[in-house]
Every structure is written in C-alpha cells, then in structure tokens.
Design a protein around this ligand. Sequence first.
Ligand SMILES: O=C(O)c1cc(=O)[nH]c(=O)n1[C@@H]1O[C@H](COP(=O)(O)O)[C@@H](O)[C@H]1O
Length: 232
Amino acid sequence: MNRPIVALDFSTMEQVRAFLKHFDEPLFVKVGMELYLQNGPEVIKELRSMGHDVFLDLKLHDIPNTVGKAMEGLAALDVQMTNVHAQGGVAMMKRAAESFRNYNPDGLLIAVTQLTSMSEEVVREELGSRLSLDESVVHFAKLAQSAGLDGVVCSPLEAELIHEACGKEFITVTPGIRMQSDTQDDQVRIITPEGAKSAGCDYIVVGRSITRDRDPSEKYHRIKKEFESGDK
Ligand SMILES: O=C(O)c1cc(=O)[nH]c(=O)n1[C@@H]1O[C@H](COP(=O)(O)O)[C@@H](O)[C@H]1O
C-alpha cells in the first residue's frame, strides 16, 4: 500500500522543518512551485538527506527542447516522482521521458491531465474543449501513456476510467482528497481517502487537510488508515 503523499505547500524551509518535526517516520512528500521556486534545489537535497521520498511537482509545460533540457536538471536531483503537463503534447512528453530516464531510471514520470480545481463548465467554456471533462482526462492519459510515461495526476473521480482505458499498471496520483469534516477550499473534484481507495487510486496527495491541522501526525495517520481501508 502506497503512503499518502504529503504536499509541502509552504514558502520557507523553516516552515517545512517545523511541520516535519511532528513526524517520527520518513514520509513521501511533494514539493511544488511555492517551495521550490522560492528556495531552489537545496530543498530537495535536505529532504532526501532527512530520509523522505520526494515528488517534485513543477508541471513542466513548454516546447519539447526546453522541457527536455529542464528535465535533465530535475532528474539529477534524485527524486522518486516528477511531472509534466499532458497538454504540452506527445512530443514534449517524449522528450521529458528521454531526459528523465537517462538520469533517473527508477523514478516515476507522470502527467497532469486536467487540474482538480477545474469544473466541467470551465473545461468546456473557458478552455474551449469539445470533449467533456471525463473524456478529456482519458484522452490526456492515453497521450501520456503513448509517450511512455508511468501514469497521470487526475481527480480520484476519474481513476477508474483511466485504469479501464490504460490498464491497472498505469498509475493514478490523485489530489483533491478531503475527509468529511474538511473544507473544500479551491478544489472542485474531491473525494474522501476511503473513496479514493475504492476508486482504485494508486497514490493520494494531501496538503491542507494535514498541514493546517492542529495535530498533523494524527491527521496523517487517520487519512492513511482510511485510505488503506477502502474496499479495493
Ligand atoms: O500536480 C498536482 O500535485 C496537483 C494537480 C491537480 O490537478 N490538483 C492539485 O491539487 N495538485 C496539487 O495537489 C496539492 C493539493 O493540496 P490540497 O488541496 O491542500 O490537499 C497541491 O499541492 C496542488 O498543487
């Protein structure tokens, strides 16, 4: 059973260190733009030296050559997982995969499909998609698979559809996790940890539900237990 991935959405390493003091076991943590862009690669080195596994979430999205070169630098950082935007297209994802695997053959490279903060209405009307949200998520998952990626980031609500379309080995990494008592914040497509497990999600990503709790370790273990108890 994969541990929940804890999103370290903080702006300083002091905040990260203070948060991690609540835990006495190595975690699988996610470093996103907020922390990485303000503190740089030292963040990854420090977290790795503390024994934590790292998902580096920078959602690269640019022309293939630029993403390929940028990925060479990221892959050398010894992270367990990183990502690109599937909307960058197959050529971009292939270049990213080539660079990533050269430096980090054991790591997981995944692609964001449609952000979990997006609704059907936004995807159709603002982004001008002729596909429904579900169809577009599956479409991007298939593109990512054809480019040789290991899986996708999606909402737990789409995990089953993706596994049907791409097979069980193709991993689903799912943010948008909330316990019944949590606030929804800016997430639109959400589900509980138990629901995520029942939907076949391989990894759940949890941020504010843990980081804003008065007892982050207790909340983390409650979420982990609930995820493990889902009926799949
Ligand atoms: O790539 C991601 O991790 C990601 C993709 C997505 O579609 N939705 C999404 O929420 N995320 C990230 O997952 C985390 C969710 O945080 P919380 O909403 O606080 O649990 C944030 O760090 C987001 O950047």
